[in-house]
Design a protein around this ligand. Structure first.
Ligand SMILES: Cc1ncc(COP(=O)(O)O)c(C=O)c1O
Length: 338
């Protein structure tokens, strides 16, 4: 397997901690809950993209890039971490972002993009990101620069390889701690690199746990068929592996997505409150709180037994709370008053 020899530009503080959330377990009257803290990867407020960017930035450097270009929503954690990674690597960064207005609030991740000095191009239609990316790349080439395009979420075979590697990091921690968890909960998204890498890693490494993706956008069948399984298999091919995943080996729960990407649900606001007030564990309303809402519901409904040990991958994203105070503040106040 090529994994050990892939070029890597060091950005993350690894291994990230694997902690035990005793107060949260007690509050739920349930299983032992372990938290893999990829929110603590350490690059400009951290998150899951830092691992992927170690491989993507190394590839950009190998291709002689002067600039990286990537895409996301205005509150994209991926864009913020890419802007930060580019700075550390001495590269320039252009972010093509969709927002509901041409002049979005400069808050949360977008504020950090500005502090990091990334160039931002805002489009008001998500479909306009790709043509704008092509235009930016052409502009840069015309000026003699070498642009390198990083896909949304850093989710291609190069980026997903990082979560195959993370599986081995996690396994070493499990062996050291003696824990034998039955499940790992992670966000499953339409970019999908984290879930795809973890699902492939789990099959390869023969882990004791099953990987449970919680969808934050899109139906489970659609994500399995069009995103997670194909990306896991492209990653396997990229790594020179014979192993392949079938759709029925991929587990996705889509009951916690809510009406749309980025729209906070009651359950996710409750997860934010509960994790903060039991563990001082901060979650974001777009990704991690919806994923935690799935885990909490599975404990409450008995799908996860009280004698099991389960893991939650904290993928970061907390800067987004500063951009969604309209949902978060009333939910926290209501809970304090009750
Ligand atoms: C905090 C957070 N969690 C999870 C994800 C999803 O990761 P992936 O793109 O690998 O599916 C993202 C993607 O932007 C994210 O920012």
């Amino acid at each position: 397997m090529k994994l050990g020899t892939l070029p890597k530009f060091p950005l993350a503080h690894l291994p990230t901690p694997l902690t035990v959330a005793r107060n949260l377990s007690a509050a739920l009257g349930g299983p032992e809950i372990m938290v893999k803290r990829d929110d603590l990867t350490g690059l400009a407020l951290g998150g899951n993209k830092t691992r992927k960017l170690e491989y993507l930035i190394a590839d950009a450097q190998a291709q002689g890039a002067t600039h990286v270009i990537t895409v996301g929503a205005a509150q994209s954690n991926h864009c913020r971490q890419t802007a930060a990674a580019a700075r550390v690597a001495g590269l320039n960064c252009v972010l093509v972002m969709n927002a509901s207005s041409e002049d979005p609030d400069i808050q949360g991740n977008l504020l950090l993009d500005h502090i990091l000095g990334a160039e931002t191009r805002i489009v008001t239609d998500k479909a306009a990101r790709q043509p704008m990316t092509i235009q930016v790349a052409e502009e840069l080439r015309a000026q003699g620069y070498v642009p390198y395009q990083i896909p949304g979420g850093g989710s291609n075979a190069i980026g997903s390889s990082a979560y195959v590697a993370a599986t081995y990091e996690l396994m070493a921690q499990l062996v050291e701690s003696g824990a034998s968890p039955t499940r790992l909960y992670t966000t499953s998204s339409a970019s999908g690199g984290t879930h795809a890498g973890l699902a492939l890693g789990a099959k390869l490494a023969g882990v004791p746990y099953s990987v449970h993706g919680v969808s934050i956008e899109g139906r489970a069948d659609h994500l399995k068929k069009t995103v997670i399984t194909p990306l896991a298999n492209q990653t396997a091919e990229y790594l020179g592996l014979d192993v392949r995943l079938s759709e029925d080996e991929v587990i996705i729960h889509d009951a916690y997505t809510g009406p749309a990407y980025g729209v906070a649900t009651e359950e996710c606001l409750e997860a934010i409150r509960l994790c903060a007030r039991t563990e001082a564990l901060l979650l974001d309303p777009v990704y991690t709180a919806k994923t935690m809402a799935g885990l909490i519901d599975h404990i409450r409904t008995g799908e996860i037994g009280a004698d099991e040990t389960v893991m939650f991958l904290h993928t970061g994203g907390v800067p987004a709370v500063f951009a969604d105070t309209a949902s978060i503040i009333p939910a926290m106040q209501a809970a304090s008053a009750s």
